[in-house]
Design a protein around this ligand. Sequence first.
Ligand SMILES: [Zn+2]
Length: 600
Amino acid sequence: MATFSVWRGRGGRSVGTRSDIALRFDAAQAVVISSAEELAAMSPGFLHSVSKQFNVDLLAARLCPVLLMDQSVAIFALAEHVGSDQADELARQIIKSGYAPANPARYVLAAPLLLAIARQQITAQSLSSQPGVRLTQSKTALADAFQDLVEWGVRNGASDLHLNVCLREPVSQVKYSLSGRYVAPERFRGMPTSMLVDMLSVAWMDIVGGNGAVFDPMLEQQGSMTRLVDGRDIMLRWASLASDNGPSVCLRLLERETSARLPSLSELGYLDDQVELIKRVMLSEGGAVIFAGTVGSGKSTTLASLIAGIPSHRKVITIEDPVEYLIPHAIQNTVARNLDVAAHQNYAAKLRALKRSAMSDVLLGEIRDEETGRAFMDLAGSGVNIYTTVHAASALLVPERLASDFIGVSRDFLAMPGLLKLLVFQALLPVLCADCALPAHSLYDSSRHAGLGFRTEKQWRVWLGLIHEMFGYPIEGFRVRNLAGCASCARPHLADLNGYAGRTVVAEAIEPELWPEFLQGIRQGDMQACLDSQSPWDPAYSNEMTVSRSALDCAVLKASQGLIDPCDIELRFHAFETERRLRELRPVRRPAVQRHRIVT
Ligand SMILES: [Zn+2]
């Protein structure tokens, strides 16, 4: 058995010896086999795949050595791989192992046919009886298995489906993001690696706007497709990572239903004063509203909800990669931005057209590099209302992110009065099941909290005391998760989610114009001054509007109402003890903005 690794030779051709050069192949000489019938008719006749013998199983979706009836070995490949370094290397190994190279030596096949051959689903035997039917059946079976994975995710409210292929292991991982947790349902445990790779290869064939004609385990690939689940259009956004263990494919599941009503800001979890602030800021013309948060923090949903609320007498245009939610009245544009030159030209052309569209409001999907940074400056500078998202760890850090070398928006531009209209940071935290959440003091009973055994009863008492001391809420209102769950929250085989019922937004919002030290800090690149001018939110003023309430403050407020487990707040932000130490570091100042009592 040959044990060479065909994974090498990825970075261009190596300089070969004279005999190597003789093996090089002109791709134009390859013979095309376009159906199972043509395969059955080829001469010399096809016997079966020998990819196992040559240890190239992992390349099966692209390249496959096959034994012919005259005992010679031919190479079956996808068109773009038939003349590759890997195919040349395989040709060398065929000779080295004592086989005669077939004549013609290489054939071009379509992906499904190649896959079926490599997986021994098509052999000389099966070809003699209805080859086309068998191929269709195996392809359909894989497509059905993939659909099953998608359906399970959609029906259980998953935000993402993760397919982690472990090429060196017989089985691979199928996981979902459910209520913000990364879980592996029983049902899909032990998925055979080869089946998962085949399934991904078949699924990729339906990708729109993707890079690459076939699924390539060694490439980062992106694209999207739609699937119908229970009569609903679900968009799958595909992003694969070529990890050391094999391809890790993440599929974001997005419902694309025009009739599906977008949740309001309050329904998402924004507090009344935050909703009021956002609505007030939206009234003025021009400037940017920027949402920050981590991946999966729901900022696109919030943005879509906000845009959907813009009155119809305003012209709203979106540029997204891809469009995630269908927003009534908005003119939406998917602009895929990958690494190829054409995509960049397409993006630039779209922007030029956009500027001539006389719109009043623009949603710019995400600012994540110089190209989108320039687009942001261009649009925000033209006086339209712009809504966008960035990855940043707090609202305060949004301007820093935009001014970073990576994005390169100028500080003077950001500090222009009225330009940054509103900065919002949001995170999603699990909501406790109202039917079974336990009072906070049940933390003292260690037998009920096997998973939280890192604190003793005494330490839990100190911990709750610390929360009370820092935030001022009576501890009686706090509740914690019931790990056992109850009839209304427990799901079969998903004990990870027991005691939870959905998620809620915790957010912070800054109106930079009302915070002169902040604008000054942006201009001078001195964030310390901004941080110093921020004083901890004082719950004694909980009925008052303030700019200085952080997302963590917001989370603790919800925890005091028994909605969120305080343990989850620590997991999402940091330990309360860390918060105490951070507060000690901060100089005590007056709040940056005069607190206004809300007249009710
Ligand atoms: Zn429950």
